[in-house]
Design a protein around this ligand. Structure first.
Ligand code: C2E
Ligand code: SIN
Ligand code: FE
Ligand code: FE
Length: 386
């Protein structure tokens, strides 16, 4: 194949005619008009081989030949099933209308009757070659474009994957950072988000959303980063001011997580903002009611409270599972979405196993290696290190 921007005269032309005199005549005409690569044969059975060998751009084909005629040759070429087959210019003494139609049907692009006018032959050759070269050029450009698109698509996918992983990294670290403020182990957010995703599946969320929930839920309390230690870690009850400040952790969290339109962070911000809303409208910060509360907020509220109740906090001991369950059931329709409570009860064996799989270490005062090898006493506030 040749470049479109190269001279037409560099095109490869194959001349097929059983008559020696015709072959010589056509070759001479073409050569004398500057066509450099003219191949020829008097044996039609050679055409296929020569066509493939010389990257032919145009075939001048006689029809009436013994043994194998021009139609047979065209049938052979057609059988190559090459969408880029070179154009065929038929040369023949026959000029009847039905012959032309048959030639076109067989795959001819144009025809010239013999004896031919030299200029007519030359202009047909030139036209067909120009069209052919333009097509070759387009195909080549398309190939280049396809290749670039493919490259870019792969790059983009890799960049998106990287972005997604970076986000997950940041988001996990953020979640852990908040967690370290009032809970050294980070296990609460693991249990809580697994329970939330389990409830999400039961509530009809699809795989992708459950996965998002699993990754977004750990950030629900990221806003605790903005709560002073003396409030967050207070061993006793809050006064009104302290409680107001503590409640601001939901808005602080939503602010931290806003400004990125990835589905992960949009969901995380929604959870941060709404995980303390209550079904009866008595929650904060907006007093949303019932289904005004986003589903993920309702799911996380239940998962969070269950795990908070059954965990030890700076301000309270851990509750037993039956006590926590009794509380959840009593709060059905008040704090919690009654449908979620039903799912929770149905799934309780699985929820209990999540809790036990990620249970807190039994030691309370043992010095342990945490966070980059710094030795800490397990119940000692770790926030000084943040
Ligand atoms: P948290 O400790 O992770 O608790 C999450 C949620 O679980 C609480 O949200 C509450 O709905 C439920 N919960 C936890 N412990 C108890 C409990 O002993 N009884 C009952 N009925 N529910 C409980 P809430 O109340 O909106 O509190 C949000 C966060 O504020 C808490 O997260 C905790 O960090 C802090 N907090 C709440 N009350 C106190 C307190 O009296 N002292 C201190 N130091 N922090 C508190
Ligand atoms: C939690 O705080 O969520 C559980 C860990 C603990 O308090 O021991
Ligand atoms: Fe919270
Ligand atoms: Fe929580």
């Amino acid at each position: 194949m040749i470049e479109a921007d190269m001279d037409l005269k560099s095109a490869a032309i194959l001349v097929v005619d059983d008559e020696h005199a015709n072959v010589v005549l056509i070759e001479t005409i073409l050569n004398s008009h500057g066509y450099e690569y003219v191949y020829s044969t008097q044996d039609p059975s050679q055409v296929l081989g020569m066509y493939c060998q010389h990257n032919i751009d145009l075939i001048l084909l006689d029809i009436n030949m013994p043994v194998m005629d021009g139609y047979d040759v065209m049938a052979q070429l057609k059988a190559l099933d090459d969408p880029c087959l070179a154009p065929i210019l038929v040369l023949t003494a026959q000029y009847a209308q039905d012959f032309r139609q048959r030639a076109f049907d067989a795959g001819a692009r144009d025809y010239v009757t013999k004896p031919f006018d030299v200029n007519e032959l030359l202009s047909r050759v030139q036209n067909l070659l120009q069209a052919e070269l333009a097509q070759q050029y387009m195909r080549k450009q398309n190939d280049i474009l396809d290749h670039r698109v493919l490259e870019r698509t792969v790059e983009l996918q890799m960049a998106q994957q990287q972005l997604h992983e970076n986000r997950l990294q940041v988001v996990r670290r953020l979640g852990r950072a908040a967690e370290f403020r009032d809970n050294e182990t980070g296990l609460h957010i693991i249990r809580m988000s697994k329970i939330a995703a389990l409830l999400g599946r039961a509530a009809g969320m699809n795989d992708e959303d459950c996965d998002l929930l699993l990754n977004a839920a750990p950030m629900h309390d990221i806003g605790k980063i903005g709560i002073p230690d003396d409030i967050l870690l207070k061993p006793g009850r809050f006064d009104a001011d302290e409680w107001r400040i503590m409640q601001s952790h939901v808005q602080i969290g939503a602010d931290i997580l806003s400004g990125d339109d990835s589905r992960l962070l949009v969901m995380a911000a929604e959870i941060a903002l709404t995980h303390h809303e209550k079904w009866d409208g008595s929650g904060y910060p907006n007093g949303l009611k019932g289904e005004e509360i986003p589903l993920v907020g309702r799911l996380c509220a239940l998962a969070d409270v269950f795990d908070a109740l059954t965990s030890k906090r700076p301000y309270k001991p851990a509750w037993s599972e039956p006590d926590a369950l009794e509380y959840l059931v009593a709060e059905s329709g008040r704090h919690f979405d009654p449908n979620m409570i039903e799912h929770f009860l149905a799934l309780f064996p699985k929820i209990a196993s999540i809790r036990h799989m990620h249970s807190e270490p039994v030691c309370d005062e043992i010095t342990m290696q945490t966070r980059g090898g710094v030795g800490l006493s397990f119940r000692q506030p770790v926030n000084r290190l943040l």
